[in-house]
Design a binder for this molecule. Structure first.
Ligand code: UD1
Length: 383
């Protein structure tokens, strides 16, 4: 029997971190040829992940431009994918999450009548414009996909409620698989500055903020809140790896640069980020992946958004929504910085997002779908 050609498509940093362990797992299977196609919606930030996980793309669309719009990303991906699919002839295309790459990858697969597996399926806020455009991207991909790899049972239930009943698997999130390979106690940072932070003496606050729906006034409020937190708490050091988006960089330069004990650094490779998080006191972020990684490391998270599609860690008590209002963010952060009781209540390790075996379950499910394996893989139960 011919090998199954499974093509993983991704283009941004978080997709790459979460797809890397899956591409690797697939390449260990005897009956699978694991192919990797990157759109490079992110160039530098994607390349840094490829390097950390030692991945060599078979196809690179190289679409990124400065201040790219959603339409240019989508149309360039669609056009580029035509040739990739015609040449590589995959039996299944895997897309991840909810970016423009994800949507265009799934749509392109559909145009070529190639089945689609959606990794990290079933997340929802039910607010069409938040996160923007991701909520719509993932809904549109749900309409196209044939296989749904849901991180949690909650995600599967979202799809069931939408009438999607076939091809559902609960696998855990592949980010937990990735985390298991990167975090080490004796880790030495390649970013020299990070080896000299006063871990233990000061409370390290790890910050990220880049989301499109936060552009403008919300981002201003967040930056001013961070500045105030740094000014009012002498026992904290802020570390903020700043996204390469020019819009984000402008906001940081205008409202935050120059705040005391604040380290504005370039985006970090995935392994550096994971290890920095493991040594931090608190995470303030509008990123989605960090909301999954930090709870597994026992780090409290304040989410700089109005809503989240990841309620599991909120329910487990390690993540709280802080919103995008300066006053509320400062109050919530100050309470966690000043009150050991409030901190202890949030700082316990929970793993609602996976047990580190998501990739094995996904690869098994693919083999089962194509009749190469007899047993359907058992769902991840969260225990
Ligand atoms: C994209 C995803 C978002 C994901 C985020 C992670 C969409 C619609 N959004 O948002 O879901 O959470 O990635 O970062 O797909 N840039 C560089 N170098 C890089 C990366 C980006 O210069 O390595 C610049 C680009 O020129 C671009 C800007 O940053 O203009 C924003 O990137 P883009 O992919 O358009 O959106 P993100 O906000 O990163």
């Amino acid at each position: 029997m011919d090998k199954l050609r499974i093509m993983s498509v991704f283009g941004t940093r978080p997709e790459a971190i979460k797809m890397a362990p899956l591409v690797k797992e697939l390449s260990t299977r005897e009956d699978i040829e694991s192919i990797c196609c990157v759109t490079a919606q992110h160039r530098q930030m994607l390349d840094s992940v490829l390097e950390v996980f030692d991945l060599k793309p078979d196809w690179d669309l190289d679409i990124m431009t400065p201040r790219q719009t959603l339409s240019t990303i989508t149309s360039k991906c669609l056009t580029g994918m035509d040739e990739a699919i015609d040449t590589l002839k995959p039996n299944l295309i895997l897309v991840h999450g909810d970016t423009s790459t994800t949507f265009a990858g799934a749509l392109s697969a559909f145009y070529h009548q190639v089945p689609v597996g959606h990794v990290e399926a079933g997340l929802r806020t039910y607010d069409k414009y938040s996160p923007f455009p991701e909520e719509m991207n993932r809904k549109l991909v749900s309409a196209i996909a044939d296989l749904y790899f849901c991180p949690t049972i909650n995600n599967k239930n979202n799809l069931l409620r939408e009438g999607i009943t076939q091809g559902l698997f609960v696998t855990g999130n592949t980010v937990i698989d990735a985390l298991k390979t990167t975090v080490r106690e004796d880790y030495h940072f390649a970013t020299e500055e990070l080896n000299h932070l006063p871990y233990g003496e000061k409370k390290i606050l790890l910050v990220t903020c880049h989301r499109r729906e936060n552009y403008g006034e919300p981002m201003k409020q967040i930056m001013l809140a961070l500045r105030q937190i740094a000014q009012e708490h002498e026992d904290v050091e802020l570390v903020y790896p700043v996204h390469l988006s020019p819009v984000v960089r402008e906001a940081v330069d205008t409202y935050l640069r120059g705040a005391p004990r604040t380290h504005l650094i370039d985006p970090l490779p995935a392994d550096e980020m994971h290890n920095l998080m493991a040594r931090s006191y608190l995470v303030l972020t509008d990123s989605r992946g960090l909301q999954e990684e930090a709870p597994a490391l026992g780090k409290p998270v304040l989410v700089l958004r109005r809503e989240t599609e990841r309620p599991e860690a909120v329910e487990a008590g390690t993540v709280r929504l802080a919103g995008v209002d300066q006053k509320t963010i400062v109050e919530m952060a100050s309470s966690l910085i000043d009150s050991p009781e409030a901190y202890a209540e949030m700082a316990h390790a929970v793993n609602p997002y996976g047990d580190g075996h998501a990739c094995r379950r996904i690869a098994d499910a693919i083999e089962w779908y194509f009749g190469r394996r007899q047993e359907r893989p058992a769902d991840y139960t969260g225990k």
